[in-house]
Design a protein around this ligand. Sequence first.
Ligand code: B12
Ligand code: SF4
Ligand code: SF4
Length: 226
Amino acid sequence: MTSTDELKMNIQEKAAKWGADLVGFASVDHFKGFPIEHQPQTMLETAKTVIVIGIDMVDPSLDLWLHPDEWKAKGKPSRAFEDEILRAIAYRIALFIERAGYETKVVPYEPSLFLKEAGYYAGLGVFGKNNLLLSPDFGPNIRLRALVTDVQFNPDPILKEELCKDCTLCIKACPANALAQGYEMKKCLDYSESHLKHLTKNAVLWCVRCIEVCPYTRNINSTQLD
Ligand code: B12
Ligand code: SF4
Ligand code: SF4
């Protein structure tokens, strides 16, 4: 076993211990066709590998987004609980790699790498008819984060299996009819923004209907508040 294989194994073990349900390694070569601001080398010039982590959304409360009016007034971005968890895990992994003598950069949520594509190239899942990344273990009910490093890790294999097959549940369930002709972002966004579920004045849940109905979603994730 080479020293980078050993480091990879240690990262996989640590990431699981620190709360990641998924971790995958992708070569930066896959990202060449993306706009420059979404390429790993823009985040770290010497980047060789993209590491993608994911968590299973065991409860909808993890999906709460906070955006108080005073933040909006200051132009401060909103924050999601799920992303706070992922960010903390990503920084622990980054520190671990840096202590082994390498460079890393935790990629911001936005502007970022395109995380679904990054997850796909890191072998975490495949695209579903709901336009989301489906992990064989957790379905689309995952959230993702990435970090880049100059370590040349052996990449994980890209998954090739088809998961959706004849299923069309998400297409039928989408309240905005945003999945019938491929993914129509405007329809999804307009519906989602006008149907935010408020837990408090500042904390909201976005639509996740196309996740809730997916047979691969492991944990029941009903966001019905009544
Ligand atoms: C902006 C954004 C939104 C916007 C616009 C979405 C959009 N697609 O443009 C809005 C607000 C509408 C939105 C909605 C949602 N989002 Co959103 N969103 C993002 C964000 C910040 C950037 C996405 C982006 O711009 N991608 C680039 C565009 C071009 O992608 P795209 O339009 O989807 O088109 C690509 C795919 O179709 C893809 N593709 C399709 N088939 C295949 C097959 C192969 C082989 C490949 C390689 C690619 C591929 O190719 C296209 C071009 O790259 C990401 C986080 C991030 N940094 O990546 C989260 C993210 C994509 N969102 C996420 C989620 C969960 C949601 C919602 C469920 C809302 C919620 N509760 O969080 C809905 C789901 C909508 C849907 N069915 O897609 C998760 C997805 C997790 C997963 N399992 O895939 C992400 C990754 C955030 C996270 N925390 O993990 N989102
Ligand atoms: S998030 Fe809601 S509106 Fe958007 S595609 Fe999924 S089900 Fe449709
Ligand atoms: S609900 Fe069915 S069609 Fe939609 S993503 Fe899940 S498996 Fe695929």
